[in-house]
Design a protein around this ligand. Structure first.
Ligand SMILES: [Mn+2]
Length: 226
């Protein structure tokens, strides 16, 4: 493990980018050390390395996003190592494919990520351009796995908070998908996973609130029909 995390702070990263995420990074690292969460400790430098040089639409380093998803879950009381590590890595298969030639297996073989974490990340990864039926299948698989569902909802919460960077059309599509799939999934999980019902409740409430404000914003262009 020591060897695997040796690149933690040693690699040559852009200082300006690092300054944008050093605080949440150190917060999660401190928490993972305190709670003895080895996969989360490992996932931090791995996700940082894999997302290096990628940026969000708002110009922030991409890595700020998985950090936010992970720290949100921590703030909602989630302290499970697999969930937090998978939160940090949830986008690497979709966005860093060229660095992971054997897909999820690369995470296990090259970086020492556990099979359980890798499988959660695989479950969350999807191809773009799925139709409603395919999306239904994707979300049903996720709701059977409370860890993946927590990550998917925390991901949606953060993305919903930056929907203003989307075009109106993309925003409307995203809101529709949230209503059709994400909010029902949150209700299902709240009911069937009582140990996480608090986290699922907060996620659902916050996503719903953000959704309504975005809908209000879209109404300036055209009435929302659904
Ligand atoms: Mn994401």
């Amino acid at each position: 493990m020591a060897e695997k995390i040796a690149f933690d702070m040693n690699d040559n990263y852009c200082e300006q980018d690092t300054m944008q995420y050093i605080k949440p990074y150190m917060f999660i690292k401190g928490y993972a050390m305190g709670r003895r969460l080895p996969q989360t400790m490992l996932a931090l430098p791995v996700a940082r390395k894999l997302h290096d040089g990628q940026y969000r639409k708002d110009g922030m380093p991409y890595f700020t996003h998985p950090l936010k998803v992970c720290s949100t879950l921590i703030s909602y009381g989630i302290d499970d190592d697999v969930t937090l590590a998978a939160a940090l890595l949830h986008d690497v298969l979709e966005d860093c494919g060229e660095l992971l030639p054997s897909g999820g297996q690369s995470l296990v073989e090259e970086y020492g990520i556990s099979t359980e974490v890798m499988e959660t990340v695989v479950l969350l990864s999807k191809h773009s351009g799925l139709n409603d039926q395919e999306l239904g299948v994707y979300f049903r698989k996720i709701e059977k796995c409370p860890r993946a569902a927590l990550i998917k909802l925390a991901d949606r919460l953060h993305n919903s908070g930056s929907l203003y960077t989307f075009t109106d059309e993309k925003m409307a599509k995203y809101l529709r998908e949230t209503k059709l799939f994400l909010l029902p999934m949150a209700s299902y999980c709240k009911k069937y996973y009582p140990q996480y019902s608090n986290a699922f409740s907060i996620l659902k409430t916050n996503i719903t609130a953000l959704n309504s404000s975005m809908e209000a914003m879209l109404e300036r262009v055209a009435p929302v029909t659904e």
